[in-house]
Design a protein around this ligand. Structure first.
Ligand SMILES: O=C(O)CCC(=O)/C=C/C=C(\O)C(=O)O
Length: 289
């Protein structure tokens, strides 16, 4: 059953909470949308200016309308969450932050939708908290590590790191140009919102650069442990992903016993935005059956 509701807003769903993560007392921002017996957590990617809302604003209403409670977590180092320099595995750090949030909200089990870094983090969470995962949806991410076909770092990741170092509108447009299949779909308003997000938190940008210098492998290869994840998993990739190549998705379904893969044609690194309607229908069907 689909419930029709007025579109949700970032401001109306915004919450700050204090959590203990890795023995650190930190403030974390999340959006809490809708109400339902089952909760879906959405984890954003690692681009400059990314947030839960920026990554998933085309998806939240559909999930809430289908009767789910949706949590958008801003990872430490993004959005309104506290700054951090991460010298270890950022996938694990995000997984620990998610666990602390779920403990605080007294949520035993959730479904997780992860985009890029969010996918790496969802897998890290499933590895350390298997009983707390219902289903997983991984887009353009799930593990760091090599592509068999594409030199790494990819052109997209090089542009992403360049944008962190020099956060200008020119560099943002260069990155966004290879981010999606059809850059013509990006409006000036979207560029401006993303630039504003980035420049509002220069501390986050500087910390990302420091983190990379301390540990270039922020997202370790989790490939050898994928077989431990038995949660039903839908892996979604863009055929034209120039950030995390599609064969990483093949590694995921090779390793995860209950995973299946959908590849969108004419799609870059942002399947949930570029093909939002079909993405919403497909993922809601996967969660329901
Ligand atoms: O380096 C990786 O493997 C992950 C890269 C990544 O997370 C990029 C994500 C970009 C976005 O989702 C964004 O900028 O919105």
């Amino acid at each position: 059953m689909t419930i029709q509701t007025a579109p949700l807003t970032e401001a109306a769903t915004s919450h700050l909470i204090r959590l203990e993560v890795n023995e650190l007392d930190v403030q974390v921002h999340y959006n809490d949308c809708g109400a339902g017996a089952e909760t879906v957590v959405m984890l954003h990617g690692s681009g400059p200016g990314a947030t839960g809302w920026a990554n998933f604003h085309r998806n939240v209403d559909a999930f809430v309308g289908a009767g789910y409670r949706v949590l958008l977590l801003d990872c430490l180092g993004w959005g309104k969450s506290d700054p951090i320099v991460c010298t270890g595995s950022r996938s694990d750090l995000n997984a620990q932050t998610l666990k602390a949030l779920l403990d605080a909200l007294q949520l035993d089990k959730v479904h997780i939708v992860g985009n890029s870094m969010g996918g790496h983090s969802a897998v890290a969470f499933a590895l350390s908290n298997p009983a707390r995962v219902g289903k997983l949806i991984l887009m353009g991410g799930g593990t760091g590590g090599p592509s068999q076909f594409v030199p790494m770092p990819t052109e997209g990741i090089k542009l992403l790191q360049g944008l962190y170092r020099e956060p200008t509108i020119e560099n943002l447009k260069k990155m966004m140009n290879v981010f999606v299949f059809d850059p013509g779909s990006m409006t000036e308003a979207l560029f401006q919102a993303r630039l504003d997000n980035m420049l509002a938190r220069k501390d986050h940008l500087e910390n990302f650069v420091k983190s990379l210098a301390a540990n270039p492998r922020q997202f370790p290869d989790q490939g050898s442990r994928l077989g431990e994840i038995t949660a039903p998993t839908l892996v979604i990739w863009g055929r034209d992903d120039r950030f995390v190549p599609m064969d990483v998705g093949l590694r995921l379904i090779w390793g995860m016993p209950n995973a299946e893969l959908h590849i969108f044609n004419r799609c870059g690194h942002w399947a949930q935005w570029e093909h939002a309607d079909k993405f919403n229908r497909m993922t809601l069907d996967f969660l329901a059956h």
